[in-house]
Design a protein around this ligand. Structure first.
Ligand code: ADP
Ligand code: ADP
Ligand code: MG
Length: 450
């Protein structure tokens, strides 16, 4: 087992990783920016080292400083969490060159899957169904328009380097194409430093259903079932649940097998997620692979009783998976609500500030993954997600009852949050019936909320 690990992240995921390390007897080193001197992850780790100024580019994205911190503190490995450097192949490669174990797949795989157009190409070659579309080179606007016409409107223009729902544009007809094509390229350039895009058929009102994969370094691959992530705003997940009430066992098995085949096609190692779009007829298509731990991993942990972060650390330490696909039992139902410091009544504007009062729910079947405490100042420099509330019940109905109870108990003073908005989702009859798709929030909640 690794003895000492640097955590190249902040917030709740850094705390989550420190917890797993504690249980495995791994010593931890946190990195922090000048804005995070008093953050929970900084205090909780065995050691903490400042890597730069408040802005991400000076600290949590500062590869030279992070690697220096790792060498100085004699860490054997780096866990990148999600966001920041987690899907940066250059960083993973530098780790390898410095003889530091990067907790994730090989950098070549991160690079391949990070270019979502190339990922489509590889999956197509392996006979994995992908969303109808075009992933080849696009040289000009006229080329792009011809491609879109061939696919048939509506289409989606997507940044090849995209993530976090950015650089994505829906185009319903030719007249809107030019503007959206240029906007997608510009957004991609500013968010990801490059403007390569690809074009997919826009699937109307699909479900986003993803499979959690675990793969060791000896070629053993299992999946831990699916997560239903269709509740989104601006293509960003808001609430997730597992299992999906849309899948029957037949479709679940079929998709699980395809997910494993997709991971095998790239010789995948460590934890990863295969995201699919599923249309109303149950046709499913590969959308992308995330080569990292996912925000919503706790709901899978609750229904499988497998600690995914610990598994990541064991796999990276060269330990074989201790279970096969047949050993994995899915039982009960779990829901996660992302708790964001934002104002749903004001176009979800981020609301940083000091948490002046805090009461965190608990009790049987309630889990809170967060890094907040009373007196904590949420800095304005990073993502507005401040925690995740997860509930578990023996069935979906009971998981919903628990989530409503826990949301009602959760009291965060001093900053505005989306807790009431999450409650509204849980009370909506279509949610209760499991009758929803990726358009639900924008169609049924946000527009009625303004
Ligand atoms: P997940 O895919 O794990 O459900 P998200 O797509 O919302 O979660 O992304 C995880 C986190 O990482 C979010 O906080 C998001 O803002 C951030 N993130 C995702 N992709 C990128 C990226 N390419 N660049 C910067 N931040 C990203
Ligand atoms: P990101 O890398 O930002 O997570 P994804 O490719 O995973 O980007 O897409 C994000 C979300 O956008 C999906 O979860 C889905 O809701 C929506 N989406 C993406 N592609 C399509 C498509 N072809 N048709 C309909 N919706 C899509
Ligand atoms: Mg995605």
């Amino acid at each position: 087992m690794l003895k000492k690990l640097l955590i190249a992240n902040r917030g709740e995921i850094a705390v989550r990783i420190i917890r797993a390390c504690r249980e495995l007897g791994i010593n931890t080193v946190a990195i922090y920016s000048e804005a995070d001197r008093y953050a929970l992850h900084t205090q909780m780790a065995d050691e903490a080292i400042c890597v730069g100024g408040p802005s991400s580019k000076d600290s949590y994205l500062n590869m030279a400083n992070i690697l220096s911190a790792c060498v100085l503190t004699q860490c054997e490995g780096i866990h990148p969490g999600f966001g920041f450097l987690s899907e940066n192949p250059k960083f993973a490669k530098m780790c390898k060159e410095c003889n530091i174990k990067f907790i994730g797949p090989d950098y070549e795989v991160i690079e391949l899957m990070g270019d979502k157009a190339r990922a489509r190409e590889i999956m197509k070659k392996s006979n994995i169904p992908v969303v109808p579309g075009y992933e080849g080179e696009i040289n000009s606007y006229t080329d792009a328009l011809e491609i879109a016409n061939n696919i048939g409107f509506p289409v989606m223009i997507k940044a090849a380097a995209g993530g976090g729902g950015k650089g994505i544009r829906i185009v319903r007809d030719t007249s809107e194409f030019k503007y959206n094509y240029e906007a997608a390229k510009l957004e991609s350039k500013s968010c990801f430093g490059e403007d390569k895009v690809y074009i997919e058929k826009y699937i109307e009102k699909p479900r986003h259903i993803e499979f959690q994969i675990l793969a060791d370094e000896f070629g053993n691959i299992v999946h831990l079932g699916e997560r239903e992530c269709s509740l989104q705003r601006n293509n960003q997940k808001v609430l997730e649940e597992a299992p999906s009430s849309f899948l029957d066992d037949k479709l679940r098995n079929e998709m699980g097998k395809v997910a494993i085949r997709a991971a095998k096609a790239v010789n995948y190692k460590n934890a990863g997620t295969i995201e699919f779009l599923v249309d109303k007829n149950g046709e499913f298509y590969f959308m992308e692979m995330n080569t990292r731990i996912q925000v919503e991993h706790p709901i899978t942990e609750m229904i499988t009783n497998i600690d995914i972060v610990k598994e990541q650390l064991k796999i990276a330490s060269g330990i074989k998976l201790e279970f096969t696909q047949e050993d994995i039992n899915i039982s009960g139902h779990a829901i996660e609500c992302r708790i964001n410091a934002e104002d749903p009544k004001n176009n979800f504007r981020p609301c940083p500030g000091v948490i002046s009062e805090l009461y965190v729910p608990s009790g049987l079947g309630v889990r809170v993954d967060s890094a907040i405490f009373c007196g904590y100042e949420i800095p304005p420099y990073y993502d507005s997600m401040i925690g995740k509330l997860i509930t578990y019940g023996d069935n979906r109905e009971n998981a919903i009852i628990k989530m409503k109870r826990a949301l009602a108990e959760f009291a965060i003073g001093g900053v505005t949050t989306n807790i009431d908005f999450q409650y509204e989702i849980l009370e909506h009859k279509d949610f209760i019936n499991g009758d929803y798709n990726t358009s639900f929030i924008e169609e049924k909640l946000v527009n009625n909320n303004a």
